[in-house]
Design a binder for this molecule. Structure first.
Ligand code: CP
Length: 333
């Protein structure tokens, strides 16, 4: 995949969209690259807008808030939820989409076009670009070259900030609060970018972390250090049964096969964890099971009918959060 070695030009002022942009929220014209950009206050703003978006969708299906605006979806890696929820979000707000989501091999990337030139091209046609790319830091690189807002839809094993927002929104919607919760994170904590982003975002709250992973999939040190800096309580174990009775949120992830250089190592750890009805018997009556999806065996289908299985509601929330984010970076809310 071609990138460029040249230095990005300095970013000048953002091209403005619409006549009376909302400058108060602080999101207008901004890139969304990392959860470190968020505060409790601006999260509350986005969550409030997401609730309004849900009400609009349930009541009338769509709005023309973003009529006349264009989103470019540039996906160098496979996606079902992130790509389609962004497309649905833009469509339900009256905008249109350039969908480079079915494989960049059908774009000029296959001719060797660099990431900076690709984003420069797309921003000539679109008002905002969502990018997913296998390299950590790629969304920031795109943002360095683009004048229009770039939204990180997942950069390698780095971050997935919009997923973390929808995860946090789901926790709040399901359990009514975030402070005081005990959160278990299970599975691929090393490569799982959703875990990295959610753990960082949860550092804004008063939570207890319980990490469950084999040695080779433990949480990266930089994320752990951020938690330690906040003096939040942390436990680490290999065995999910040790924590299941104590947690309010059980967040399990797929082992990310595509990030392993040694597939034999992947085979050793791929089936270590599974949420089953038997395990759920030990869990609290009021708790939730979450998964960013796709699942490949980590949650038994028999758990789907358990009211504590929140992963499909979590997935739906992604569209409302992405509607809110698009409206925010385009200066409408
Ligand atoms: N959760 C998530 O990012 O799913 P997709 O890979 O399907 O976009």
């Amino acid at each position: 995949m071609a990138t460029t070695e040249s230095k990005a030009p300095a970013k000048d002022s953002r091209k403005k969209v619409g006549l009376a942009p909302n400058l108060d929220s602080g999101f207008y014209g901004q890139d969304i690259i990392s959860v470190s950009q968020f505060t409790r206050e601006n999260l509350e703003h986005i969550f409030g807008v997401a609730e309004e978006m849900r009400a609009i969708v349930k009541r009338v299906g769509s709005s023309d808030l973003l009529k006349g605006t264009v989103l470019a979806c540039l996906f160098y890696e496979p996606s079902t939820r992130t790509s389609s929820s962004f497309i649905a979000a833009m469509s339900r707000l009256g905008g249109t989409v350039i969908p480079i989501t079915q494989g960049v091999q059908f774009s000029s990337v296959s001719k060797g076009e660099s990431l900076p030139d690709t984003v420069r091209t797309l921003e000539s046609y679109a008002d905002v670009i969502v990018i997913r790319h296998p390299e950590m830091g790629s969304a920031q690189t795109a943002a360095d070259y683009a004048q229009k807002p770039i939204i990180n839809g997942g950069d390698g094993a780095g971050e997935h900030p919009t997923q973390a927002l929808l995860d946090l929104f789901t926790i709040k919607e399901e359990l009514g609060q975030i402070d005081g919760l005990s959160v278990g994170m299970v599975g691929d904590l090393r490569f799982g970018r959703t875990v990295h982003s959610l753990a960082r975002l949860l550092c804004l709250y008063d939570v207890q972390f319980n990490f469950v992973a084999p040695e080779i999939l433990r949480l990266p040190l930089d994320v752990m250090n951020e938690i330690r800096k906040r003096n939040l309580p942390v436990t680490e174990t290999y065995d999910v049964a040790e924590i299941v009775a104590d947690v309010d949120v059980l967040y399990i992830t797929r082992v990310q096969k595509e990030r392993f250089s040694d597939l034999a190592q992947y085979e050793e750890v791929k089936d270590l964890y599974a949420i089953t009805p038997e395990l759920m018997e030990k869990a609290k009556e009021k708790m939730i099971v979450m998964h960013p999806l796709p699942r490949v065996g980590e949650i038994s289908y028999a758990v789907d009918s358990d009211p504590r299985a929140a992963y499909f509601r979590q997935m739906e929330n992604g569209m409302y959060i992405r509607m809110a984010l698009l409206a925010a970076v385009l200066g409408k809310v």
